[in-house]
Write a protein that binds this ligand. Structure first.
Ligand code: ATP
Ligand code: MG
Length: 436
């Protein structure tokens, strides 16, 4: 006979566990998310960007080719698995590759320009810590078919409007240009030469990248390496004339729009597909996870994936960091409390209370009604009404029901209870709620 299976603690034989670095967004917190997401959506829609919804899985190959083999994401952070068909799939670590893929597979890039936004969860196998998770969320904006620098400026101006609208002030903008592949190749040589000279001070990752992808060394988070990185040659000294002009064009448009920025010649971003403009909105208010919204131009990506050459630019905002920064700047999402709590006492009142609640929902747009559930004495129902933070309690007892009336008690202002004819209830309540 086969031996019995040993008990497993990976499954549910013990207590279920949440996956490390993957958070539930709980009630109370989710309302802040929803508020901020809807504000941001309003803003990007007001600039003419339209939503694209993308699958969370793509063929692994898409990310390897677009993000680049020698990057943190592809080397060590992807959630990759084989599906039942033996094909290698990956939970998306970012959205730009999927947007480019969707543009190609849906024919959205033929003689067309696209201004798109999308949002949702991203997955990276990172070391979980404050502001850095394994499932995190991004809001993305991508514009395909535009050369810039005007669209680069628009994307940045749009993000500046978000901070302003939401009272976020502890944030600053860094920009840089990575040039075109030819000028970057010259810069690459200069970097290899420089880093080879200080090879004994490089960490293991950087030594490996020295030959394959020396630009990535600049993106290292290792504090021991920051001195050598600071002294490295900078891309701006190797920029080709056209990229330099593009960069000046962007700076002039930002100046004219009153958007302050700092040129950070060491900003390279952790993905290979960037060219020309790169930028990052950074805060000091969240500890070391300071990048809140990052983006840049990826003119070569669509072509690299086998499509027609398509200039493109976008940014991605980390929603966890965005929410944290909003709160660190004193932001508080509007708190919605119920307008009405309905207490029902005695024979037949609960069914009538439900019918009344439905009628109020039909007649008063947006009214928020909390129904007393599970019965209870008058005292306990009124206590629940009070802790619900509702503005009014409606009290339906057997006596009221028989007279076709209902008690209306203000809970926050301490006024007197009124006894209102059921026929008048919607009108009276509407007036009170709009007056409040
Ligand atoms: P970092 O430098 O902090 O690792 P990144 O350069 O890897 O960020 P991007 O790939 O540009 O980040 O992603 C865009 C945005 O997504 C970042 O600016 C950040 O706000 C957010 N983000 C990236 N990785 C994570 C993560 N693991 N957890 C939470 N937010 C993240
Ligand atoms: Mg990263």
């Amino acid at each position: 006979y086969p031996a019995p299976e040993p008990p497993s603690n990976h499954g549910m034989t013990v207590k279920p566990r949440a996956i490390r670095g993957m958070n539930d967004i709980l009630p109370g917190v989710s309302s802040t998310w929803r508020y901020l997401e809807s504000e941001v959506q309003d803003i990007v829609r007001s600039y003419g960007y339209d939503e694209i919804r993308l699958p969370i899985l793509e063929y692994t190959e898409l990310f390897r080719r677009s993000i680049g083999e020698v990057t943190d994401i592809v080397e060590k952070e992807m959630y990759t698995f084989e599906d039942r068909n033996g094909e290698s799939l990956t939970l998306r670590p970012e959205a730009t590759a999927s947007v480019a893929r969707a543009g190609m597979t849906n024919g959205l890039l033929h003689n067309q320009k696209q201004k798109l936004w999308t949002s949702g969860p991203m997955f990276r196998y990172e070391k979980p810590q404050k502001g850095r998770y394994r499932q995190f969320h991004q809001f993305n904006v991508e514009a395909l078919g535009y050369d810039g620098p005007d669209i680069d400026a628009e994307l940045i101006i749009m993000s500046a409007r978000m901070w302003q609208r939401l009272g976020i002030d502890k944030i600053h903008l860094e920009i840089n240009s990575l040039g075109v592949p030819e000028s970057r190749a010259r810069y690459r040589e200069a970097l290899v030469e420089y880093f080879s000279g200080v090879k004994n001070r490089l960490d293991e990752d950087s030594i490996r990248r020295l030959e394959q992808n020396p630009l990535r060394i600049l993106d290292s988070k290792n504090p021991d390496m920051q001195d050598i990185i600071q002294a490295a040659p900078v891309m701006l000294d190797y920029l080709d004339a056209e990229s330099a002009e593009h960069f000046s064009g962007l700076k002039a448009l930002l100046d004219a729009a009153g958007v302050k920025f700092e040129v950070n010649p060491r900003l390279v971003r952790g993905l290979d597909y960037y060219s020309r403009t790169v930028f990052e909105w950074v805060t000091d208010a969240l500890g070391s996870q300071g990048a809140v919204c990052s983006g840049g131009r990826y003119d070569g990506l669509v072509e690299k994936l086998g499509g027609r050459s398509t200039p493109a630019v976008g940014w991605a905002m980390g929603i966890e960091r965005f929410v944290a920064l909003y709160e660190a700047c004193g932001g508080k999402a509007p708190f919605t409390q119920p307008d009405v709590y309905i207490a029902a006492l005695g024979e037949g009142t609960q069914a009538r209370a439900f019918a009344l609640a439905e009628e109020l929902r039909d007649r008063i747009a947006g009214i928020q009604i909390e129904m007393n559930l599970g019965g209870g004495s008058f005292k306990s129902q009124m206590k629940r009404a009070d802790t619900s933070f509702a503005a009014y309690a409606l009290i339906l007892g057997e006596q009221e029901l028989s007279e076709n009336r209902i008690g209306l008690k203000p809970l926050r202002t301490g006024g007197e209870q009124e006894n209102i004819a059921l026929d008048d209830l919607a009108a009276v309540l509407q007036e009170k709620l709009s007056g409040a």
